[in-house]
Design a protein around this ligand. Structure first.
Ligand SMILES: Nc1nc2c(ncn2[C@@H]2O[C@H](COP(=O)(O)OP(=O)(O)O)[C@@H](O)[C@H]2O)c(=O)[nH]1
Ligand SMILES: [Mg+2]
Length: 251
């Protein structure tokens, strides 16, 4: 019995000990809290941080969205880039030609502010050289180019394809421009879109040249059913409202 009692006593003694320690620390904390100098310092620090946060938010630089324009040669990528730049900057972006691989270097137009439905977004527009699986200098000779000129163009076009692919690392969102009069199930189209999907880059497909009778938006939609497809004529400026609406939905 005696031993049981003594063990109970020692347990309660332990409890008392713990609770007194707890009390002591609480008292110490309270002591700190009521220190007016420390309290004043904390309030000043809080107010300073609060205003710093507000000022940072007010002047925070909005990041420009890097919009890549990709696709096979001659689909109308530069024509679309020019259309966007003309709509919002009043100036065009680059040269357009019916001869493939006119754009052989990546072109960037910075700070293109687009407004839609009361919203405003700033883009860096990246027009890329067309991606092709085969570039043959003899094809350029059909456009009445001299042999050396055709060879140079083929060499530059090949470099351009590599540059386009390198730039995929820089892109936030991407437009894939396809000529809606062409077969959409090409190796190039599947490779571009597959590459963008693997990088988790949001994609919108632009079925261009809808002003031409041979164009077929449905065929593009059924080739890539998981993507938003917008039919436009970049050349004529047809359906650009829907294009901007889809672009804002993409972001
Ligand atoms: N009919 C028609 N032709 C277009 C359209 N967009 C571009 N083109 C023509 O297609 C050719 C290639 O255009 P371009 O913008 O240089 O293509 P890119 O190689 O993809 O940059 C040029 O002759 C353009 O005038 C369009 O909406 N309709
Ligand atoms: Mg081009």
């Amino acid at each position: 019995m005696a031993s049981k009692k003594s063990s109970r006593r020692s347990k309660s003694a332990k409890k008392t000990n713990l609770s007194s320690q707890g009390k002591a620390s609480t008292t110490a904390d309270l002591g700190k809290k009521v220190d007016p100098k420390r309290q004043q310092g904390l309030v000043i620090k809080y107010i300073r941080n609060f205003f710093r946060r507000i000022i940072n938010q007010m002047f925070a630089k909005k990041k420009d969205i890097k919009l890549g324009i990709y696709g096979p040669p001659n689909a109308g990528k530069t024509t679309l880039a020019n259309r966007i730049c003309k709509d919002w900057l009043g100036e065009r972006m680059g040269a357009v030609s019916k001869i493939p691989h006119e754009t052989r270097n990546v072109q960037v137009k910075e700070k293109v502010t687009i407004k839609h439905d009361g919203k405003e977004m700033s883009f860096n527009i990246i027009d890329t050289p067309g991606i092709a699986t085969k570039i043959d200098y003899e094809d350029f000779m059909n456009f009445k180019m001299k042999t050396q000129q055709a060879k140079d163009r083929a060499k530059e076009a090949t470099k351009g394809v590599i540059e386009s692919i390198k730039w995929l690392d820089e892109v936030d969102v991407c437009l894939v421009v396809l000529d809606a009069t062409d077969n959409p199930y090409s190796q190039v189209n599947v490779t571009i879109i597959g590459n963008l999907a693997a990088r988790n880059i949001p994609v919108m497909i632009v079925a261009n040249k809808t002003d031409l009778r041979k164009s077929n938006i449905r065929r593009v939609e059924s080739a890539f059913p998981q993507y938003d497809v917008v039919g436009i004529s970049a050349h004529k400026g047809k359906n650009m409202e829907e294009f901007y609406e889809s672009l804002f939905r993409l972001i």
